[in-house]
Design a protein around this ligand. Structure first.
Ligand code: IVH
Length: 260
């Protein structure tokens, strides 16, 4: 019954990313970046593209005060009561000197193993099972009763930000280091790439090892590492010029129709 959720406007809209579909597209993205910024080479920060539910957490003076879903990107649903039950979300930032305002964005998801265990428990209890970890995570956070979310094995991985006051950011890499220090889960497989070729190799490597990851991903995200260069590049329509979501081909499988 999501209709009953309170809504709130994001201080900064939660936008989407332009898509790429292969390593060649990443090289073409790099050409556009270099041409626009008029620079010979660009460093990138490469991360997995989590297949979960985008969430924004708002910290004032170091304390978690509100959590919102992405919603339509402008206005999200207030899910603070459920997010507070997620153990990987710090209720207070792990720092003695917190920024006055810290809006952190990331993905709420369920690890593949936790999802399988949850479905087994649901089945044993005669309750509905979930189609995939993404649906299970989304369904858990869109509950009115936080006791239900508290029983669901949710994790939050941080990777981006909204409005920040009282902290200067230099690069995506150092921002992620700060996130880790503040007590957030961040990706263990994120990497800095000195060039687009290295970023394209990252895409190929993660594509071939995606099944070994403990959570579902549907691609990788390649971001210009330097924040001042990100600011120079700016936005086009509803997405930043400084990042691309390099999507993986959909997973394919075979099935045998045994009877009709
Ligand atoms: S950065 C301006 N990094 O992908 C957008 N997004 O189409 C900045 N996502 O809605 C987003 N993993 O929910 C970013 N490592 C990652 C991500 C990521 C998943 C999602 C995010 C967003 C969508 C972009």
């Amino acid at each position: 019954p999501a209709a009953e959720f309170e809504k709130a406007r994001h201080r900064k809209p939660m936008l989407s990313l332009q898509n790429s579909y292969n390593a060649e597209d990443i090289l073409a993205f790099d050409e556009r970046v270099k041409k626009f910024a008029d620079v010979p080479q660009v460093e990138y920060y490469c991360e997995p593209k989590y297949d979960g539910l985008a969430v924004e957490l708002i910290y004032e003076k170091g304390y978690l005060v509100q959590a919102l879903t992405r919603g339509d990107g402008e206005v999200g649903e207030v899910i603070t009561h459920n997010i507070r039950t997620v153990k990987s979300v710090p209720l207070q930032l792990h720092t003695k000197n917190p920024p006055t305002l810290f809006e952190v964005r990331g993905e709420a998801l369920m690890l593949k193993k936790d999802f399988a265990d949850l479905n087994e428990r649901q089945q044993e209890a005669g309750q509905m099972t979930f189609a995939n970890p993404r649906n299970a995570a989304a369904g858990s956070l869109r509950q009115l009763d936080p006791r239900i979310a508290a029983q669901r094995p949710l994790k939050f991985f941080a990777y981006s930000y909204g409005v920040i006051e009282g902290l200067e950011l230099k690069s995506q890499e150092s921002f992620v280091e700060t996130l880790t220090k503040f007590g957030f889960l961040t990706s263990k497989i994120a990497k800095t790439a000195k060039s687009a070729e290295e970023a394209a190799n990252y895409y190929r490597a993660v594509l071939s090892s995606r099944h070994e990851l403990p959570f579902d991903i549907d691609g990788v995200v390649i971001k210009v590492n330097k924040i001042s260069l990100q600011d120079q590049l700016g936005f086009i329509a509803r997405s930043p010029r400084w990042a691309t979501a390099a999507k993986f081909p959909p997973e394919q499988g075979e099935t045998i129709v045994e009877d009709i």
